[in-house]
Ligand binder design. Structure first.
Ligand code: ME8
Length: 524
């Protein structure tokens, strides 16, 4: 079986409800997955939940629940959230699933047997929030630790360590030789800087059960559970293994997982892209590659690092109440408006800032008055002036469409989602300008201009159709509604449909209906 394009998101901590940052990452990944599918590629899109560790255990305790019961109840909400975002994920991994535990334990056993771990005593300062020992480098000039570390306690502990240092030179060389491994470049440089300036600290991969029992037991020492990050990163291999990926199962024969049908088992690993936020770069760009090398598995092809959202210029925080509730926004404005705004406003890379006013402004100008108005007036004029029947083909706007189609494909392949939307809206604006320039409402009054009116109406209908194809990965429901309103049975989810001339002369269009109702009208 040919290898699908395998793309993953970070798996979210199950210690609260999904917020804007979670929604953004998942939608961006979904758009990349849909775009690849539209281009005819096989895709496997994975998302899921990170359920072990201190954060989740404490959140369960606060609710007075057993961690597993707490996770099961919340996980149902998060899966429902994925459904409401219309994510097209092919699997959903939970780190408390038996298949995941089997893979984590197989890896631990293999690396232990190969001598990658050693046991040592450590005394130091420990951040409860970050679940990690802090080093002298984490101190501020006045000697205190950043409040971001939360409660810091002094601890003496014996644990298992993963010998990272011996892989540092290899990793540096690998990064130098693979300039596209981490993007954007600023994030790559961050990792290069880190590797060049400091010897890597060995990674503590265990937690004593006496202190934390909500984790996967070490197969070689039941007095310990696995450090949550070692556990979480493995999710990217769990699902390939569970689906019978031969590369993973050969490297980890001890999982006990069997492909249900070896002939159809997909070759997923290595992942084509891990999409993650900037705060978890070191885990993905340093620890994960070294873990994979130790297992004898190839590295993922790319790590795509996105920035963080703020709201009204301040950190999003439950405690200060500075939050965006994705579901409330979706309820009020519709899913596609939300999907559109987050990707149009924030490119994959830099940080962004949500403002309600900015959201409303984009909705009104770009969705309602831009795209919505174009589709609505194009279809309404076809109904009014041609009884809803598509006139003879005309290619006047074909070159504009072809340019936008080619540029959109380039943006999709390069994961430039904001760039794609800018390109697509240049075509929306061009088409709206075309209406103003050709003035079909005037042409309709002059019988001598009937042939010209036919041309204009064909071009407008066809541009709407092409736009639906380009927009499908971003705002799939809207794209499908445009197709339905044009009377087309096919789906706009195939890029080949973007070729000019898809509307057939003589074909009847459907009923126009506003795609993005103007909010002031709705309120009345
Ligand atoms: O880090 N803006 O989980 P998480 C944009 N379980 N993205 C944001 C954000 C914001 N304000 N806040 C968080 C974890 N994110 C681990 C991941 S992967 C093997 C384990 C992003 O729930 C964050 O950067 O804290 C991360 O990519 C994702 O949301 C999950 O964060």
């Amino acid at each position: 079986m040919s290898k699908p394009f395998y793309i993953t998101t970070a798996i979210d901590y199950l210690n609260g409800r999904p917020h804007l940052g979670h929604a953004y990452e998942k939608i961006a990944t979904d758009v990349i997955a849909r775009a690849r599918r539209s281009l005819g590629e096989k895709v496997f899109f994975l998302t899921g939940l990170d359920e072990h560790g201190q954060k989740v255990q404490q959140a369960a305790q606060k609710e007075g629940q057993e961690p597993q019961a707490y996770c099961d109840a919340l996980a149902a909400d998060w899966k429902e959230f994925a459904r409401q975002l219309q994510l097209t994920n092919d699997d959903f991994v939970r780190t408390t699933e038996p298949r995941h535990k089997a893979v984590v334990q197989a890896i631990l056993a293999k690396l232990h047997a190969a001598g990658h771990f050693y046991k040592a005593k450590h005394q130091g300062f420990y951040s409860v929030r970050e679940e990690t020992f802090l080093t002298e480098k984490d101190r501020r000039p006045d000697g205190t630790f950043d409040p971001a570390f939360g409660e810091v306690i002094e601890l003496v502990e014996e644990n298992y360590y993963f010998d990272l240092k011996q892989h540092q030179a290899w990793l540096l060389e690998y990064l130098e030789a693979h300039p596209d491994f981490i993007r954007p470049t600023s994030r790559r440089n961050e990792v290069l800087g880190l590797l060049k300036s400091n010897p890597l600290e060995d990674l503590c991969i265990s937690r004593p059960v006496a202190r934390l029992n909500w984790g996967i037991p070490l197969p070689f020492d039941p007095a310990y559970v696995t450090y949550v990050w070692f556990d979480a990163l493995v999710n990217y291999l769990t699902v390939p293994a569970a689906h019978g990926d031969p590369t993973v199962l050969e490297a980890l024969p001890a999982t006990g997982l069997q492909p249900s049908s070896p002939e159809t088992a997909p070759s997923l690993w290595p992942a084509d892209a891990h999409v993650i936020g900037k705060d978890i770069l070191k885990f993905h760009a340093v620890y994960w590659p070294i873990m994979l090398k130790a297992m004898g598995l190839p590295l993922p092809k790319q790590i795509i690092v996105h920035g963080w959202w703020q709201k009204d210029g301040a950190r999003i925080s439950k405690s200060t109440g500075n939050v965006v509730e994705p579901l409330a926004v979706i309820q009020e404005w519709g899913l596609d408006a939300f999907r559109y705004y987050v990707l149009r406003e924030l490119d994959l890379g830099p940080d962004g800032n949500w403002t309600d006013a900015g959201f409303a402004a984009r909705y009104q100008a770009e969705l309602a008055n831009g795209l919505g108005n174009l589709v609505n007036r194009s279809l309404s004029m076809l109904k009014r002036y041609r009884q809803g029947v598509v006139p003879a083909r005309s290619d006047e706007l074909a070159p504009d469409a072809a340019k936008a189609v080619a540029a959109t494909e380039r943006h999709w392949r390069d994961h430039e989602l904001q760039g794609a939307l800018q390109t697509i809206w240049a075509l929306v604006n061009r088409a709206n300008q075309y209406v103003d320039q050709t003035a079909p409402f005037k042409l309709a009054k002059d019988p001598a201009q009937a042939a010209r009116l036919d041309e204009v109406l064909y071009n407008l209908g066809e541009i709407c159709r092409v736009l639906a194809v380009l927009l499908w990965p971003f705002i799939p429901t809207t794209a499908e509604r445009i197709y339905a309103q044009l009377g087309l049975g096919a789906s706009p989810g195939r890029f080949t449909e973007a070729a000019w001339g898809g509307l057939t002369p003589g074909q009847a269009v459907g009923e126009p209906a506003p795609l993005f109702p103007r909010k002031d009208l709705v309120a009345k």
